[in-house]
Design a protein around this ligand. Structure first.
Ligand SMILES: Cc1cc2nc3c(=O)[nH]c(=O)nc-3n(C[C@H](O)[C@H](O)[C@H](O)COP(=O)(O)OP(=O)(O)OC[C@H]3O[C@@H](n4cnc5c(N)ncnc54)[C@H](O)[C@@H]3O)c2cc1C
Length: 311
């Protein structure tokens, strides 16, 4: 039973309920049992990406003509929540499906969509987005990575850090300056296929306080040659506005995952306090446990109402 009891939101259609059940079953049977091993090894198995692709759980919001499941952002949100409810909070799939693929769908040329989206949907390619640099986080106009014109294409130079899916990714959308003198108007999104990119190097997988098997990593680009199609779309200087348009969706993805984690934590805690005994009774029977849990559930309910019902 869900820890927060609210009616299903109106946008939860029949097919979304079926998707929820499918994802819940698969994650419980084949993913959650791996968490301990993945935590030990510090990264999930690469094959898990293919498994997600085979199950149709990657790029659920991408049109079928590009290999996706033809759903909407709601489909992505349902899968994202199931990852969190199953304790799979280190997984980079919501970013792959809900951020990287939409950049290509919205801003790529038809050729770029056909080239990359089917492979992202099948799990043959793992996507990442490389914005953050050692010296630039929130203030994205300040990126130092450059993509300079060279012949018909570009040469990419720079370093990135904190990149989700950094070890597994083989399709990376890189935020770079095509015109370093033009500030925000000089920012472009470049796409790197890492399987054939001399000069591309993966750095450390970063240690964090949690998310032990998330391959959040450093990436380095040293004179990486890109073809003209290495620019996402056809017009340089659109990157900043593209980022500002898409980042709200990224924040919503983070909110959905966070809410799933809150619900899971509450459920696990309620189960525990019912079972754990001290001084001859279940610790749920102590008034203080009830006060604290009532407050947690109130806050979780408020968050869920905002998330699920204020659309
Ligand atoms: C697990 C994880 C995964 C990540 N995945 C990715 C990824 O896939 N791709 C990617 O590009 N990046 C990724 N990041 C990096 C993340 O996007 C950055 O951490 C974020 O943009 C903030 O940048 P920063 O850490 O450099 O903090 P800074 O920008 O240096 O900010 C430091 C502090 O100053 C505050 N601050 C900044 N600006 C303002 C302001 N205008 N007003 C008030 N306060 C302000 C911030 O809130 C923060 O508390 C990831 C980070 C983590 C932890």
């Amino acid at each position: 039973m869900d820890a927060v009891n609210l009616p299903r939101p109106a946008w939860m259609t029949e097919d979304l309920i079926l998707l929820e059940e499918q994802a819940r079953r698969l994650f419980a049977a084949e993913f959650a049992p791996q968490i301990e091993a993945w935590t030990e090894q510090g990264i999930m198995d690469r094959s898990a990406w293919n498994k997600l692709g085979e199950a149709g759980l990657l790029c659920a919001g991408i049109p079928e003509e590009y290999g996706g499941a033809g759903g909407t952002f709601a489909h992505e949100a349902v899968i994202n929540r199931e990852f969190a409810l199953a304790g799979l909070d280190s997984i980079g799939a919501p970013l792959h499906s809900g951020i990287v693929a939409p950049y290509i769908l919205k801003y790529g040329t038809e050729e770029q969509r056909k080239r990359w989206l089917p492979k992202l949907a099948s799990g043959e390619m793992v996507g990442a987005i490389a914005m953050t640099e050692p010296g630039t986080g929130s203030d994205l106009q300040g990126v130092k990575t450059t993509a300079r014109k060279s012949g018909n294409g570009y040469v990419l130079n720079g370093s990135k850090t904190f990149i989700t899916n950094g070890q597994h990714a083989n399709l990376i959308v890189v935020v770079a300056k095509t015109d370093p003198a033009a500030g925000a108007k000089g920012v472009s999104l470049m796409v790197v296929e890492t399987d054939d990119a001399p000069g591309f190097r993966r750095g450390r997988k970063l240690k964090k306080l949690g998310m032990d098997w998330a391959d959040t990593s450093e990436l380095f680009f040293e004179d990486v040659k890109l073809p003209a199609e290495g620019l996402l779309g056809t017009e340089e200087g659109q990157g900043f506005i593209q980022l500002m348009t898409e980042l709200p969706q990224e924040r919503l993805i983070v909110a959905t995952a966070a809410l799933g984690m809150i619900e899971r934590a509450l459920r696990l805690t309620i189960d525990y306090v019912k079972e754990r005994k001290a001084f001859g009774k279940a610790i749920l029977d102590f008034q203080n446990t009830q006060f604290v849990l009532a407050e947690c559930k109130t806050e979780a309910t408020i968050a869920k109402v905002f998330h699920d019902h204020c659309v």
